[in-house]
Design a protein around this ligand. Structure first.
Ligand code: 1CP
Length: 355
């Protein structure tokens, strides 16, 4: 096993002291990078890129060549599980992901099978193994999955949605069908994430992008319950080292205490909450990741630096902060702006970590 050369990100997740605040960006590999677009075109589309371990590894490493990031995240997508369940994932240029066989009724849910991560999803494990090998211990590797609720929204809506009409209709009229689906998804996610851990993922992040569209009661019943089940069933360590778990519910600020009580190691915050308030509310129970507005990267470098300083100050000199954006980086951000951002996090955070 190769010793990590930079383990700040893992240390911060476990609330251990670090020299400077670690930073990475959600969606750090992707369309804002010209070198990503070139490889995606060469691969012949997004899913072909995800299924080609060498090329997926290359795009995982691209942002690390440009910036001093403290973590890598495997290049894949949350929709690999529904695709492996037989829903037929495809991507349109302007409307994003779509399924040819969406879930409409109980029979559709009943016939779904739980994918074997070493079989139908083996291509993802190959990406994990290839990236781990090629990172050579430079920084830790993050594995990820969507939350059962967020995956279910795409499976029932048949793709992205603004109103979430179909899944809400199912939730209110036939909640038992939705629970059956969420149960199968939770089981699939547990197998999938544990396989990623065995393949070499050193931390895990669960993306609940659409938990925030739920009422408080529904969030607890249809989203958090299943994320809790996943946290309870993940491998605690690999190669003798802890594998920390981060939960992210976009728009989920009102449930932070409940999320922290799942036993996860960290919560990722969107930009709408003051990180100081979040810290006061969860105390030292979990580390916090976040939470700069992704649109701040449209601003000039002075304004970006001001915001970095602001967030660092709000968090203060406690252990357990991972700097990140409050959601994924936008596709039209200029790659040149990002160097200043990453550099500012490292430079301005040093004073908060002096003994
Ligand atoms: O056209 C392209 O090149 C595809 C764009 C793209 C990319 C780069 C998609 C389609 N997925 C990805 C990669 C991806 N997706 C990563 C890679 C690792 C990294 O961060 O660098 C990750 C972690 C995801 C996760 C993901 N996919 C989420 C959860 C996080 C989030 O941003 O909220 C969600 C909701 C998806 C679904 C999805 N896949 C792709 C798109 C465009 C979308 C969003 C569609 C929507 O808004 O509903």
């Amino acid at each position: 096993m190769i010793q990590l050369k930079n383990d700040r990100y893992l240390r911060a997740l476990l609330k251990k002291p670090v020299d400077i605040t670690p930073v990475w960006m959600m969606r750090q590999a992707g369309r804002y990078l010209p070198e990503y677009k070139a490889i995606r075109n060469a691969a012949g589309g997004f899913m072909s890129l995800c299924k080609n371990a060498e090329l997926a590894c290359e795009v995982t490493l691209q942002p690390l060549r440009r910036y001093e990031l403290d973590a890598a995240i495997i290049f894949s997508d949350i929709l690999t599980i529904p695709d492996a369940m037989g829903l037929g994932l495809y991507f349109t240029t302007d409307e994003g992901p779509k399924f040819s066989n969406p879930i409409n009724c109980r029979a559709d849910v009943k016939k779904l099978f739980i994918p074997d991560p070493e079989h139908e999803l083996n291509y993802v494990m190959n990406v994990v193994r290839t990236v781990r090998y090629n990172l050579k211990g430079k920084v830790p590797l993050i594995g990820f999955s969507g939350s059962p609720w967020t995956l279910a929204t795409y499976m029932v809506e048949g793709g992205s949605s603004k109103s979430f009409k179909k899944i809400k209709k199912m939730m209110y009229n036939e909640p038992q069908i939705l629970h059956l689906l969420l149960d199968k998804l939770a089981e699939s996610v547990i197998l999938y994430l544990n396989a990623q851990i065995k393949a070499g993922a050193q931390s895990i992040m669960i993306f609940d992008t659409w938990g925030g569209i739920l009422t408080s009661d529904d969030y607890l019943e249809f989203s958090l319950y299943y994320m809790h089940k996943i946290v309870d069933n993940l491998l605690y360590e690999n190669e003798g080292i802890r594998v920390p778990v981060t939960l992210f519910t976009k728009g989920g600020s009102q449930w932070l205490e409940k999320m922290a009580n799942t036993g996860c190691d960290a919560l990722s915050l969107d930009w709408t909450i003051d990180i100081k308030d979040a810290r006061l509310r969860v105390g030292n129970k979990v580390a916090l990741q976040g939470n700069m507005d992704p649109s701040m990267l449209y601003a000039n470098s002075d304004r970006i630096e001001q915001e970095v300083a602001n967030i660092l100050k709000k968090f203060g000199s406690n252990n357990g902060h991972i700097f990140n954006l409050g959601h994924g980086i936008h596709n039209d951000i200029s790659p040149e702006n990002i160097n200043d951002f990453i550099e500012a996090v490292h430079r301005l955070s040093r004073v908060y970590h002096l003994k």
